[in-house]
Design a protein around this ligand. Sequence first.
Ligand code: HEC
Length: 151
Amino acid sequence: MTKQTSGVFLATIAVALGIFVLGIAPGCSSGGSSNTTAATTAASGVSFSKNIQPIFNSNCVVCHQGAGQAGLTLEPNLSYSKLVGVPSTQSATEQRVKAGAPDQSYLLAKLNGTQVAAGGSGAQMPYGAAPLSASNISLIQQWIAAGAPNN
Ligand code: HEC
C-alpha cells in the first residue's frame, strides 16, 4: 500500500464513522414520553388528603372548626364526612358535595360566588378574603367530578 492509498483508506473510514454517529443521533431524541405520563397522572389522580385538605387547612379551618360556621367543620379527618352527601344548610336544593356532580355541589358555588343562583345565601368563600386561585378551585372541581373519593 502506498502512502496515498492508505490516506484515502483512512479518510473513507472517517466518513463512514461520521455517517454512523449522525445516523444514530435521531434515535436518542425521543424523550417526550415523560410529559404524557405526568399529564395522565394529573387528570386521574386528585387525592383528597394530599391535594384538597391542605387547601382547607390554609384557607378555611380558621373559621370552619369545632361547631363550625354554618355547621361546617373542615378540619382534617372530619371534613370529608361533613361534605360528601351532606345537605347544605343554606341551599334547600343542593348537597355540599354531590359526588360526580360539581355543578350541583354547593361547596363549589360558594367558592365561585354563585351561591345565590344555587339556591343559597351569604358570601363567597373564603369569607372576607380573596377567592381561591383558579387552579385550587379546579382541583376541587376535578376531585368532585372524579366521584369525590376519600383517598
Ligand atoms: C373568616 C371566616 C371564614 C372563612 C375563612 C371561611 N368561611 Fe365558609 N363560612 C363562614 C360563615 C360566617 C358562613 C355562613 C355565612 C355566609 O355564608 O356568608 C360560611 C359558610 C360556608 C358554607 C356554607 C355551608 C352550607 O352548608 O351551606 C360553605 C360551603 C363554606 N363556608 C365553605 C368554606 C370554604 C371551603 C372555605 C375556605 C376556602 C371557607 N368557607 C372559609 C365563615 C368563613
